[in-house]
Design a binder for this molecule. Structure first.
Ligand SMILES: [Zn+2]
Length: 64
């Protein structure tokens, strides 16, 4: 049985300035916060206490 291939994983983007939950996106993405206009990237995003990854092709969350 072939092992299921793991696609790219999305991470949750949270504004580090106002704490607003923005969206699920790939770590390479940049999302502009609608509240304070800050560009949130994988480098400056506020990380949740438990990092959760969401496969692009699945609704199922993966916990590490
Ligand atoms: Zn913000």
């Amino acid at each position: 049985m072939k092992k299921k291939e793991q696609g790219p994983l999305q991470v949750v983007f949270i504004c580090p300035n106002c704490g607003k939950h923005l969206a699920w996106a790939l770590p390479t993405a940049a999302i502009s916060c609608p509240c304070c206009g800050l560009w949130v990237t994988n480098k400056n995003r506020k990380r949740p206490s438990v990092e959760v990854f969401l496969p692009v092709d699945s609704e199922q969350t993966v916990l590490f």
